[in-house]
Design a protein around this ligand. Structure first.
Ligand SMILES: Nc1nc2c(c(=O)[nH]1)N[C@H]1C(S)=C(S)[C@@H](COP(=O)(O)O)O[C@H]1N2
Ligand SMILES: [Mo]
Length: 317
């Protein structure tokens, strides 16, 4: 079968400007961008009078804490890994476009005092979503900078109160083979699963994301709710979660089950990784030319390094 990689549901790039719209909106509605926007505006449009918003000629760009510019939304939403739909990254958007993500529930249980089943509206009501601009590094050697909207997993875990026996958190993606054609392949151990050690799960960086560029997640990015663990390879950031279970033992994970010699439980981004099929020392930033050096823990060493004190990353890969 030939899959046409031009997505009929995706507007032409000339029509698709969510990040521009978003940035413009953001200028008026605040958060950190407002000041930058005002400064940019002042520099570019000296004749601007207060209230004359229509004279905006340039928009600020979002950057991460290292100054990396956020990847264009067109790339973020059209270059995806989501094996439940297809292994063709440029076709995921099209193949997943009709995937129904509302209503949706997430069951949170296992070794906790207060197990709960949450609907999507609960997530939006009970947890303050904030913008988090994080680097995303796929083990295939490409990366993006993504402005997520979400909240820390730790906020949710505190509410369900893990018992003292809980040492790990296991995650599961929805299993719906009638809607996800990739799940018809019996080669893969569906449903997709992932896991974190409790201290990793409690790190503030560990995010449950519900949006990108201020808008709800699209199916190809793991709608309606997915994990983001920015210091680990992208495959740890499991999409379309329906189950979160606290466990005593290290849970099996999708990629480790398929190829344990390549994809370990930890999978921290490591430029000196020795067990990989490819060198992990550089990466291609999508939308930019050439390759850039890969940073230990994807540049989040200050925030996560102590978690792994005394652990050899090539032994615990
Ligand atoms: N359920 C599920 N989650 C998944 C995947 C997948 O195939 N299925 N792919 C992973 C991989 S390898 C990467 S790099 C990221 C890609 O996320 P993005 O498409 O939103 O950039 O999702 C991760 N989460
Ligand atoms: Mo990946």
């Amino acid at each position: 079968m030939i899959i046409n990689n031009i997505n009929p549901n995706t507007p032409k790039s000339s029509e698709i400007t969510p990040e521009k719209e978003y940035l413009t909106r953001r200028r008026f509605f605040g958060r950190a961008g407002a000041m930058v926007a005002a400064a940019t505006l002042a520099a570019c449009a000296p004749k601007l009078v207060p209230g004359a918003e229509t004279t905006i000629t340039s928009i600020p760009s979002l950057v991460d804490e290292l100054g990396n510019k956020a990847t264009n939304f067109t790339y973020i939403s059209n270059y995806n890994n989501y094996y439940e739909f297809t292994t063709d990254k440029e076709a995921v958007a099209m193949v997943s476009s009709k995937f129904a993500t509302d209503p949706w529930t997430v069951e949170v249980g296992g070794l906790v005092n207060n197990p709960v089943t949450l609907g999507l509206e609960d997530f939006q009501k009970k947890y303050t979503q904030s913008e988090r601009i994080y680097r995303h590094r796929c083990v295939e050697g490409w990366s993006m900078v993504i402005p997520w909207l979400g909240f820390s997993l730790s906020d949710l875990l505190r509410k369900v109160e893990p018992t003292s026996d809980a040492k790990y958190v296991a995650f599961e993606t929805v299993f719906r083979p009638d809607a996800m054609v990739g799940q018809e392949s019996s080669f893969y151990p569906w449903p997709y699963t992932e896991g974190l050690r409790m201290d990793e799960a409690m790190n503030d960086l560990t995010t449950l994301a519900t949006g990108i560029y201020g808008k709800d997640l699209l199916p190809q990015n793991g709608a309606p709710i997915r994990l983001v663990v920015p210091w680990k390879y992208g495959f740890k950031s499991i999409k379309s979660i329906v189950k979160i279970t606290l466990t005593a033992e290290e849970p099996p994970t999708f990629w480790e089950t398929i190829a344990p010699q390549l994809y370990g439980f930890y999978s921290n981004v490591n430029p000196d990784q020795t067990n990989s099929i490819r060198l992990q020392d550089t990466e291609r930033r999508i939308g930019e030319s050439g390759r850039i050096p890969t940073l230990l823990y994807n540049g989040y060493e200050k925030l996560v390094g102590s978690t792994y004190a005394g652990m050899d990353l090539n032994e615990y890969y």
